[in-house]
Design a protein around this ligand. Structure first.
Ligand SMILES: C[S@@+](CC[C@H](N)C(=O)[O-])C[C@H]1O[C@@H](n2cnc3c(N)ncnc32)[C@H](O)[C@@H]1O
Ligand code: SF4
Ligand code: SF4
Length: 420
């Protein structure tokens, strides 16, 4: 990424590429393209309305997400797993069908239209009766998503998921080599073949299926190739590439600049073959719509997580509420309020990243997220420059340029838990 300077106050960031200059109002997200000679002439200043600092105030979040872990048990032992590597986990807990029915009624009562019911685990298919109860007994207008390792998918399960309009996120970490090096069972056997089979069964049943990948030492060096391989071989309706969450027994380090560079390469590929990639779309959307992104994750006040024993939290990675997971604990952690984020060029599109990882890994904001967000922002800027001659492109022009990357061709083309 090129060095960003602030020639007209800390909220105006200057990006430079040879003779091209983009001035970005980091709060209103308006863009102004000028050339370097124009800017060098001190008698020139951008229009006043472009320079304005808009009055911004983080809105109070509303409940949007009801996330239920129906069991903490699993048939796999992925090396990085947040469930098995965290001291709070007790794999014996499994939710009863009655408890799932009660939670379905609660979700129906508290979620707004279009809210998200997110069924997870452990492996949720190991407690199919509770998972199915939640999916069948919740309102049809909700977005229903289940995340699974897919190894236990059978045609009856896939048909049920299709019939209840449930979107499925299948966890896959790349090609067979990357996947099997970390996503293994208790005897060390890789799960790629079984997951791939399950994916096919879901597709054959007509389900909306996205793929969710965890970044780590097993795939980071060839992340964009691995992602492209998944996109070209499986054609999922969406792809998510998640940074590895901190776990109390397994803090994995990855090179943030390497991840960011790989994201940049993937973005370049996606531009030529438009695909919904969660982490790209969620930064692009505020840039295109010129709407400041206050929070990156629904754990910042708009989500409740229910564990199999009934305990609750705002964030599954940090465990149940008796460990401190109060729903409102991260309300004030928006980039507008955080000292580290002041003057950052990406402050309007970022939302602050994962609060749990920021605090656990860095004692502040997640620096890996910062590196990725800044690289992507610069890519958006030069894509826009190359696509229009308009010196001050507004939301209509931006939408026309980027629409293909934000288009929702399927219900699962959403940033699950990040856009609700
Ligand atoms: C805990 S699993 C539960 C659902 C199911 N067993 C599965 O693997 O899809 C939910 C998601 O979290 C991801 N995950 C697990 N541990 C993680 C970690 N340390 N960092 C990031 N994602 C993680 C998994 O790959 C999966 O996509
Ligand atoms: S399949 Fe899911 S719950 Fe099971 S070990 Fe892997 S990530 Fe964890
Ligand atoms: S979290 Fe990082 S990238 Fe995001 S606004 Fe703060 S400093 Fe910038």
């Amino acid at each position: 990424m090129t060095e960003v300077v602030h020639p007209f106050g800390s909220h105006i960031a200057q990006f430079t590429r040879e003779n091209d200059v983009c001035l970005l109002n980091t709060h209103s997200l308006r863009t102004l393209f000028v050339d370097a000679r124009w800017l060098a002439d001190r008698s020139h200043t951008p229009p006043g309305d472009f320079l304005n600092l808009p009055p911004l105030r983080a809105p109070k979040p509303e409940l949007q997400v009801f996330q239920v872990a129906v069991t903490l048990a699993c048939n796999l032992r992925c090396s990085y797993c947040v469930v098995h590597n965290n001291v709070w986990s007790d794999a014996t807990h499994t939710m009863s069908r009655e408890a799932a029915g009660d939670l379905a009624r609660e979700a129906n009562a508290v979620l707004p239209p279009g809210g998200l019911l997110y069924v997870t685990g452990g492996e949720p298919l190991l407690n199919w009766s509770a998972a199915a109860t939640l999916l069948a007994e919740t309102r049809d207008d909700l977005l229903k998503v289940i995340v699974t390792n897919a190894t236990l998918v059978k045609p009856e399960i896939a048909s049920f998921l299709a019939a209840t309009n449930t979107c499925v996120l299948v966890s896959m970490d790349g090609d067979q080599h990357a996947h099997d090096s970390v996503r293994r069972d208790g005897r060390g056997r890789g799960s790629y073949d079984a997951t791939r089979r399950g994916y096919g069964v879901l597709r054959d049943a007509g389900c909306s299926v996205g793929v969710s990948l965890v970044i780590g030492p097993h795939n980071v060096d060839r992340l964009s190739d691995v992602a492209v391989h998944l996109l070209e071989t499986l054609h999922p309706d969406s792809l998510g590439l998640g940074l590895p969450h901190f776990t109390s027994r397994h803090a994995r380090s990855i090179d943030k600049h390497r991840v960011a560079a790989e994201y940049g390469r993937l973005y370049d590929w996606v531009l030529t073959r438009p695909t919904f990639v969660d982490q790209i779309a969620r930064r692009l959307s505020p840039f295109v719509n010129e709407t400041f992104r206050f929070r990156d994750c629904s754990a910042c006040g708009s989500k409740v997580v229910v564990f199999p024993d009934g305990s609750r939290s705002n964030c599954i990675s940090s465990g149940p509420d008796h460990l401190g997971g109060a729903a409102d604990r991260w309300l004030g952690r928006t980039p507008l309020e955080l000292a580290e984020c002041q003057g950052c060029a990406a402050i309007g599109v970022c939302g602050g990243g994962c609060v749990f990882d920021g605090l656990a890994l860095y004692g502040g904001v997640d620096q890996r997220n910062c590196a990725v967000t800044r690289v992507l922002l610069e890519r958006f800027i030069w894509t826009l420059r190359d696509a229009t001659t308009d010196p001050q492109p507004g939301t209509a022009v931006k939408s026309a340029v980027f629409n293909r990357l934000l288009e929702r061709r399927s219900r699962v083309a959403v940033s699950v838990g990040h856009s609700q």
